[in-house]
Ligand binder design. Structure first.
Ligand code: NAD
Length: 323
């Protein structure tokens, strides 16, 4: 098989996996399988740049929004993150950043919450709109469903006009309770908390969402009206506005500190009341972030370290996302 045929084959497979994952909330393969194929495709496209097409999965973020919800065009695109999978790649990522900047810099390490990316818009301190990421440019308006999440403040502690970004998730306990109830009613089970959260937020009846006990962390700013000059300062300001930020973020001055943070949470993740699927690394200072800029799909100043797969897949027949 030549490169062009292999590229076509991988694209078709990845498109099918993405559809199952993002649109149906019903993955049929573990994330690691998806990630590995995406990496093979990226490598093939690097060797054969003439074969890159705008609709290649390497050029896209997420999937198109569902028809059932009103569409929302994001004021600023909601991008994805590049991935790193091991210590060597983390060291390379840090080295690349410091080479670009011509000096060392400060990083922030955060938990990578395994839920659904959302955008929350506040006007004069009032929550006015919540949306899914969708394909990064256009998402779904899920304001009514997000209003049911108790961790989401409907009024901020100041009259700020701001768009923040975060992750809606289903705590492990809510997930276990939900699947237990479903089992007792002989209903099909959700594959994992991420799929359950995504399915719960895309309900047309928000009383169902309300019954699912979702929660939320904010991890960044979209349209930024804060005075902060760094990500860590911004997060402190978001917390003081009353938004739910995560207590485990940590600034790191060196790659060794980053590796220690990762080693710690690889072990300690089981003790968290919610699922994480990796660690997100971000360059802290906004002026450094600006200097590093973006690729088509993701910022160069941030990346996601993904934990090795341990997920047990549920077969399609076992999963129901229609309720
Ligand atoms: P990603 O999950 O690799 O990373 C980006 C996302 O991380 C952000 O959109 C955000 O929602 C989330 N995030 C969590 N905590 C964060 C934090 N502290 N700071 C910033 N962001 C944070 O990228 P993606 O584009 O959302 O999705 C790709 C993922 O979907 C991969 O894990 C891939 O394996 C999986 N996937 C799986 C299948 C499948 O069939 N199994 C199909 C498609 C995609």
């Amino acid at each position: 098989m030549d490169a062009s045929q292999r590229i076509d084959e991988i694209r078709q497979t990845l498109n099918r996996y993405s559809y199952e994952y993002y649109v149906l909330d019903q993955p049929t393969v573990p994330d690691a399988t998806y990630d590995q194929l995406l990496r093979e495709l990226t490598e093939l496209e690097t060797e054969h740049p003439e074969l890159i097409t705008p609709d290649s999965p390497t050029q896209r973020v997420g999937a198109a929004p569902l028809e059932a919800f009103e569409k929302v065009t994001h004021d600023l695109p909601m991008l994805s993150l590049g991935n790193v999978f091991d210590e060597t790649e983390i060291r390379e990522w840090v080295a690349r950043i410091e080479r670009s900047l011509g000096r060392s810099t400060t990083y922030v390490a955060e938990l990578k919450f395994d839920g659904l990316a959302i955008s929350l818009k506040y006007e004069d301190g009032r929550f006015v709109r919540g949306a899914t990421r969708g394909d990064g440019t256009v998402g779904e308006n899920i304001t009514q469903n997000l209003r049911t999440i108790k961790a989401l403040p409907l009024r901020l502690q100041a009259e700020a006009t701001i768009e923040v970004r975060g992750e809606a998730y289903m705590p492990k306990q809510s997930f276990e309770r939900l699947n237990k109830d479903r089992a007792s009613r002989e209903e099909t089970l959700f594959a994992n908390p991420r799929n359950a959260a995504a399915g719960s937020l895309r309900q047309l009846d928000s009383s169902i969402t309300a019954s699912r006990n979702l929660s939320l962390f904010v991890y960044g700013v979209g349209v930024n009206t804060l005075t902060a000059r760094s990500h860590s300062e911004a997060m402190a300001q978001l917390a003081s506005l009353g938004l739910p930020t995560n207590q485990h973020m940590q600034t790191c001055e060196t790659v060794e500190e980053i590796l220690a943070y990762i080693a710690h949470w690889t072990e300690a993740r089981a003790s968290l009341p919610y699922e994480i699927d990796g660690i997100v690394l971000k360059v802290d200072r906004y002026d450094d972030q600006e200097e590093l800029g973006f690729t088509a799909k993701s910022p160069r100043f941030a990346t996601a370290y993904k934990f090795a797969a341990e997920e047990v897949m549920t077969t399609v027949e076992d999963v129901d996302f229609s309720v």
